[in-house]
Design a binder for this molecule. Structure first.
Ligand SMILES: NC(=O)c1ccc[n+]([C@@H]2O[C@H](COP(=O)([O-])OP(=O)(O)OC[C@H]3O[C@@H](n4cnc5c(N)ncnc54)[C@H](OP(=O)(O)O)[C@@H]3O)[C@@H](O)[C@H]2O)c1
Length: 258
């Protein structure tokens, strides 16, 4: 698992439940990095998304301490223990911690890396994450050149953690849509930098078709039922079997129709 976040010069990430600044280039970077993957977030962050709805084209896992909560399009987890077990159902490279503050702090020890967008300004934040330059085990892997948006300089920095805490892996891992697409030609999971609008729309439509059927939502109690009754089925296969996400044949049909 990796985390992805935009920080100001004090490692502030949010204020009044919202982002400090929205940089279009950073939003594109975020979307390209997490497209087709599993995104893990706290309930407050879900509520801050457009329409308070799960991000399309991604499998959304939401941690919320509310019994019986169902969020259309998302899987709810009721405790950190359950969430960690659920994260272990996916290949580590397919999972992103997308915030907010409480999720970054709790899951940081389990992350093998971090995509940090560093914004050179003070956003007077009320929510912060630990400064990775001072965290033992964390070091900078790469840093982009500086860019500028409306007077604010920013860069994309990648950190790696040399000793992440292990998350026990499930017997059968779920493949993300990304790895599914990777096997196909000519569909590429990661959007090429020069992708045109038509290409982008096609990729998004396929990802939506895959995850959208999770329309009734999947509660923490449903997750528990999977752990109890799912046997050796991967979480993805279980969701398909109960009709919560699209079956591969439906995607094939959609692709054939395009
Ligand atoms: N800059 C960025 O890239 C970025 C990205 C994402 C979010 N943000 C910002 O971060 C801020 C939100 O962060 P936040 O820390 O306030 O909220 P958060 O992490 O998004 O979500 C907190 C929610 O998760 C639940 N939760 C957390 N740990 C739990 C646990 N162990 N067990 C059960 N439930 C748990 C909390 O329930 P309880 O209340 O019951 O504890 C609460 O409902 C916003 O300002 C947002 O805009 C910034």
């Amino acid at each position: 698992m990796k985390l992805i976040v935009a920080v100001d010069e004090k490692w502030g990430i949010g204020k009044n439940g919202d982002l400090l600044l929205s940089i279009p280039d950073d939003m594109l970077y975020y979307r390209a990095t997490t497209r087709g993957k599993v995104v893990v977030m706290g309930y407050t962050t879900l509520l801050s998304l457009p329409g308070s709805k799960p991000a399309p084209g991604r499998l959304n896992l939401v941690l919320a301490d509310i019994e019986g909560l169902r969020i259309p399009g998302a899987v709810v987890s009721g405790s950190m223990e359950q969430l960690i077990r659920l994260i272990g159902c996916f290949a580590p490279d397919d999972v992103f911690d997308v915030g907010g503050g409480s999720m970054y702090r709790q899951l940081m020890p389990y992350c093998s890396g971090a995509h940090i967008t560093k914004m050179r300004f003070d956003g007077a934040a009320d929510t912060f994450i630990p400064n990775l330059d001072r965290e033992p085990g964390w070091s900078v892997k790469s840093e982009s050149e500086q860019k500028e948006h409306e007077g604010v300089y920013y860069s994309f920095t990648e950190y790696s953690n040399n000793a992440p805490k292990e998350i026990p892996a499930a017997k059968n891992l779920s493949s993300s849509m990304t790895s599914y697409f990777r096997k196909r030609e000519p569909i590429e999971p990661t959007l090429p930098a020069d992708a045109d609008d038509a290409y982008r729309k096609k990729l998004d439509a396929m990802l939506d078709a895959y995850y959208h059927p999770l329309k009734d939502g999947f509660s923490a109690e449903d997750v528990e039922r999977y752990f109890e009754e799912g046997g050796d089925l991967s979480f993805e296969q279980y969701l398909k079997n109960i009709g919560a996400i699209a079956a591969r044949e439906d995607i094939e049909a959609l692709l054939a129709a395009k």
